[in-house]
Design a protein around this ligand. Structure first.
Ligand SMILES: [Zn+2]
Length: 508
């Protein structure tokens, strides 16, 4: 077994969930001992009584957390940030470090106007006081997000979106005045880099994704970060080691929908859809769109046409098992036929039940090696607790250690652990975590490097109110220790609640 510091998940949205689920499932099953909440400007504190519903609604809509789960699960009892931190501190499985969410602070100060207009000087001053008090109580920084897709259930933009640049610089500036903490500023990359140039503290402003649709973009974004850092700015971007959850069958696929004929065919009932896939005239049209016509980079969600990146994940029939793990392009070549014919013939033979996997994002080995090993990037941004119906990026730690470290050997185990633990602990000011050393909090992950890996995701109906979510566990982790007590042993919660609010160095 290997003994390592516990994983610090630097970007989650467990703000609501932690109040009914102090373990922060399912992160805790992947060696995670500390999570950072309060990201993307969203938080449940500070909160006037009359704003509780609004805060729940914004969090629910932006982060795709079922509203009924938040309504049924959260037992509101706090108003201020220090009160919220003290409330969750009563019963925690993992440690929780919290950013201050600008949207929540803005709502607290401005009410409905927070979603309508710029702030006055007096309102900005009030926000700054709240942020300062929060950091002095142990919050680890403040978060913003300028993103036109972030709105509530009534279609009103999240409050942080209404802030002028000057407001964001002023509120973020509190972190510099206190001299401790980080700034997270998501969405608008220009704004993020401007904030980073204006601050001496670590600023997390974006994430870099290798994507087949824009092959050179990741390199430009990495160069941007490198150049900012060389000028002395602490401008960090996240890299997610996982390729996303991109399995599909021709019963469920949505990523062909930007092409007209495909869209129509995919909307047909099953038997008619199969008929269309068989029809030679329709197939000519499908071929023209998905093979002959190049991708339109300006069309959001257009299909990549990368048949070498469409893989057979799970064939439905016994006779086709030898195709498992091969790309559609590879199969076509072996069968000496066209890619689209190979793809559709296989799917039709299996009643459209063939499970395919597209590896178009964060899957290119050379790109991922450059991104994950760069000293200028931060590994993470799992969004744990968010997008619970579709995504399981909270397994990024076990995925990194199994896929990129053990199988692809793009970095050493030690380097990977350091990036998952010590680096985030240092940046977030978690002064007593992230190392195995005398005097530090005993947050440990004990695991077998030869077997650690995420398991196949399934489904659970365990949210308050019975809403469902994706569930992914891991193997190869013998135990997870939090503050010296065993929290998880062989995949089972021991019943202990040893977690604490991980407070910043400002508090210390
Ligand atoms: Zn987020």
């Amino acid at each position: 077994m290997t003994v390592a510091p516990g994983i610090i998940d630097n970007h989650t949205h467990y703000d609501a969930q932690v109040t009914w689920d102090p373990l922060c499932t399912y992160s805790c099953y992947h060696g995670v001992t500390t999570v950072v909440i309060g990201n993307c400007s969203l938080a449940l504190a500070p909160a006037h009584k009359e704003d509780r519903e609004n805060l729940a609604g914004v969090l629910s809509h932006v982060e795709a957390i079922p509203l009924e789960a938040i309504q049924a699960g959260v037992k509101w009892s706090w108003e201020t940030i220090p009160q919220y931190l003290n409330t969750i501190d009563q019963r925690l499985g993992v440690n929780v470090a919290s950013l201050i969410g600008h949207s929540a602070v803005r709502r607290y100060v401005m009410g409905d106007a927070s979603q309508e207009r710029h702030a006055t000087d007096e309102e900005i001053a009030a926000m700054k006081t709240i942020v300062r008090d929060g950091i002095e109580a142990g919050a680890v920084g403040v978060s913003f997000e300028r993103n036109p897709r972030h709105f509530d259930w009534d279609g009103r933009l999240a409050p942080t979106n209404l802030a002028a640049d000057s407001e964001i610089f002023a509120v973020a500036g509190v972190v510099d005045e206190v001299g401790r903490g980080v700034i997270q500023c998501g969405g608008d990359r220009k704004l993020g880099t401007a904030v980073a140039k204006n601050s001496r503290c670590p600023v997390f402003y974006g994430n870099i994704t290798q994507a087949a649709v824009a092959p050179d973009r990741w390199r430009q974004q990495l160069e941007e970060t490198e150049s900012l850092m060389r000028q002395g700015h602490r401008a960090y971007q996240f890299v997610m080691p996982r390729p996303g959850d991109l399995r599909y069958t021709l019963r469920t696929a949505q990523h062909f929908d930007a092409m007209a004929t495909w869209k129509n065919v995919m909307l047909l009932p099953l038997e008619m859809r199969k008929e269309a896939f068989r029809n030679p005239a329709t197939r000519i049209k499908l071929h023209k769109e998905a093979v002959e016509t190049p991708i339109n980079p300006n069309l959001a969600g257009d299909f990549t046409r990368r048949w070498d990146l469409q893989f057979v994940f799970r064939p439905a029939l016994a006779k086709n098992q030898h195709l498992r793990g091969k790309s559609v392009a590879e199969i076509a070549q072996e069968q000496n036929q066209d890619v689209l014919d190979a793809f559709l013939d296989l799917a039709l033979e299996e009643n459209l039940e063939t499970e395919f996997e597209r590896r178009e994002v964060n899957s290119d080995e050379a790109a991922m090696k450059a991104l994950l090993t760069s000293p200028y990037t931060i590994i993470g941004q799992s969004d744990g607790g968010a997008h619970v119906v579709f995504r399981t990026d909270y397994s990024y730690s076990t995925y990194l250690l199994s896929h990129w470290v053990r199988e692809k050997q793009i970095m050493s185990l030690e380097d990977a652990i350091r990036k998952l633990t010590f680096i985030p602990a240092s940046l977030f000011g978690l002064y007593d975590r992230g190392l195995v050393r005398q005097g530090m909090a005993a947050d440990l992950m004990v695991f077998d490097p030869a077997t650690i890996s995420p398991l196949e995701p399934g489904e659970a109906h365990d949210l308050p109110g019975g809403a469902k979510r994706r569930k992914q566990l891991a193997r190869g982790i013998e135990m997870t220790v939090v503050n010296g007590q065993v929290l998880i042993e062989k995949g089972e919660h021991t019943g202990a609640y040893p977690g604490k609010v991980a407070r910043s160095a400002a508090r210390q």
